[in-house]
Design a protein around this ligand. Sequence first.
Ligand SMILES: Nc1nc2c(ncn2[C@@H]2O[C@H](COP(=O)(O)OP(=O)(O)OP(=O)(O)O)[C@@H](O)[C@H]2O)c(=O)[nH]1
Ligand SMILES: [Mg+2]
Ligand SMILES: [Zn+2]
Length: 286
Amino acid sequence: MKGRIIKGVGGLYYIAANGFVYECSARGRFRKARITPTTGDFVTFTVLDEENKKGALDTIEPRRNILIRPRAANIDCAVITFAAARPDINTDLLDRFLVLAEERKIPDVIICINKSDLAPDKNRIRDIYGGAYPVVFTSAEENSGIDELKQMLRGKVSVFAGPSGVGKSSLINRIIPHSNRQTGEISRKIERGKHTTRQVELIETEDNTYIADSPGFTSLYLEFIKPDELQYYFREFREYLGKCRFADCAHIHEPDCAVKEKVGSAIPQERYDRFVYLYNELRSLR
Ligand SMILES: Nc1nc2c(ncn2[C@@H]2O[C@H](COP(=O)(O)OP(=O)(O)OP(=O)(O)O)[C@@H](O)[C@H]2O)c(=O)[nH]1
Ligand SMILES: [Mg+2]
Ligand SMILES: [Zn+2]
């Protein structure tokens, strides 16, 4: 049978197939080959007990992408979630999330600004990011923007990512009212504890639509990215890459740079400044 791993707990994998969930053990060969079956994996498995929905995992299809934290494969969409206030948006961290999502080859990236009840100004973020990414403003508290967000997630497997306390779990509660995800202080403790034994869980919200929560974090290092690759992870640059006078243009000091020409118009100044900042950071780490 073909299916998809939606959760892994202590060496058992829960596989959604034909409208059922099968509890499957991984065969020894995965361990020997050092392959860790991962939430989101497309797999084949053998049903051992149809009545109790138990089986054994046979093969894992090649992954289109993989996230390390939270660990999940074949993700269609990253919902990069920040709060309009409490905590204030940290655009440095937001840009790092965006770079990571691009580097990981996640096809769709949505910027979700939650707690919009606390800070109604939407223009700043729209001006910086709206040209390159869909931006949605939500309030889990006031239940606003949720339908728009749901619409954007339809038919996809999406992971919510962002700093702690921005309301990721609260939003997921709104999207699936029957799920009883814990919010606030308690969830933070539990999620930390769970981290090592439990993989991220895909929650089915509608047919063909899954979402996953993830624990928040406060810093993101990108040191594994080569400085010269960073340009590919700024979506606003894409159209202009390869059009500079020098083929190896770093878009920093070079003359006749097609990227720099667009700064302030097609490429927002703040995004370009971040590129330069991160580029220098990555170079200093080499
Ligand atoms: N004012 C306001 N508060 C919100 C909103 N959404 C969530 N909160 C509150 O913000 C706090 C944090 O919410 P969580 O949903 O736990 O945040 P989280 O992003 O899941 O945090 P971690 O699990 O630590 O990463 C809670 O006290 C929520 O009640 C919102 O839209 N507006
Ligand atoms: Mg949470
Ligand atoms: Zn250039």
